[in-house]
Design a protein around this ligand. Structure first.
Ligand code: ASP
Length: 326
């Protein structure tokens, strides 16, 4: 029988809906032990009990330490982490970025609290455990399991505010699915990057583009002394011309500027030559990042900045690694 370490961190999967008010709230203790089937031997540890919007990088660093310690334990075959869904993809990617995972590490959560009709917590948890115990789950990076699907941390995102099938990998699809007894896999994501885990992440902000937007936000962030900037550009990687002066000032202040698309899938490229088009951004020195959304690109940039200020190395880390599945 496989031995799985389960680490709980809070989120809706551990919350209850108040029958009088209908408000979903954290509770003391949770009912997850009663959901376990006996297909694996589970050792459960409550790491914290927080709604996921309350999590900090310090929390993620602590969780990473727990995961590493358990991965080093020869008694443990795999790890399951329960987590709030709002920021689950960020924690999954953070772990993916800072771990060289030889054993399965699987995150899951629930869109409905444990006492709501049709709660997805029990099924997701049992599926996550089955995935962590599956022979094919090792060596595929950190995984995320929801609604019988297995997703790679790098590609998955929460796409719906309330649907049980909120978690999707818009660009490449799930990497596998969970059958009655085990998970089976369609493809393997790119090998993980394994960055040193900094105790303190550097301050990186995200600016999302919108029509007729000027540089005020970027200029404000420069005055705050930020270390890095991620821009969620239009389409293939274009911004309003009125954002260009701010981007120039950020680059002039030695702040690395990373470009992702607000589309959520597809690549950013130096296709358009007009002012604010991808070509003009590339010429300015903006770094292009593909297959990561804004929050994940922020995590990668904040991690890189904690270990290097070498802009060429940072550019390589974004542009040389295309993140496509194998
Ligand atoms: N707001 C909740 C959280 O992320 C949502 C959830 O867990 O589904 O903690």
């Amino acid at each position: 029988m496989k031995r799985i370490k389960m680490l709980t961190t809070g989120g809706t999967i551990a919350m209850q809906s108040n029958p009088e008010t209908g408000v979903v709230e954290p509770i003391e203790g949770h009912h997850m032990t009663s959901w376990l089937d006996h297909s694996s031997s589970i050792d459960m540890e409550d790491v914290f009990n927080k709604p996921s919007p309350h999590l900090t990088f310090a929390d993620l660093h602590l969780l990473l330490g727990k995961v590493k310690a358990n991965l080093d334990d020869p008694q443990i075959d795999g790890i399951v982490i329960t987590h709030g869904t709002d920021t689950l993809e960020e924690t999954a990617y953070y772990l993916d970025l800072h771990l060289s995972v030889g054993k399965p590490v699987v995150l899951t959560g629930a869109m409905r609290s444990s006492n709501q009709i049709g709660s997805d917590g029990p099924t997701n948890l049992v599926n996550a455990i089955r995935t962590a115990a599956s022979p094919g789950a090792a060596g595929k990076g950190v995984l995320v399991v929801f609604q019988d699907e297995v997703h790679a941390a790098r590609y998955v995102t929460k796409t719906h505010t309330s649907s049980l099938s909120s978690f999707k990998s818009p660009e490449f699809g799930p990497i596998g699915y969970v059958e009655k007894l085990q998970a089976v896999f369609h493809y393997k994501p790119r090998p993980q990057e394994d960055y040193p885990a900094p105790a303190e992440m550097k301050s990186v902000y995200i600016v999302k583009t919108a029509i007729d937007m000027d540089s005020a936000m970027i200029d404000f962030l420069i005055t705050r002394g930020i270390c890095g900037l991620v821009i969620e550009a239009f389409g293939q990687g274009n911004v309003p011309p009125t954002l260009m002066p701010g981007i120039k000032r950020a680059i002039g202040a030695n702040i690395p500027v990373v470009l992702v698309s607000r589309c959520g899938s597809g690549r950013v490229q130096d296709t358009y030559g007009y002012e604010g088009g991808g070509h003009s951004l590339k010429e300015l020195g903006v770094m292009f990042c593909n297959h990561l959304n804004g929050p994940k690109a922020r995590i990668k940039l904040a991690s890189l900045l904690a270990v290097t200020t070498d802009q060429a190395a940072i550019r390589d880390a974004f542009e040389a690694e295309a993140s496509m599945p194998e």
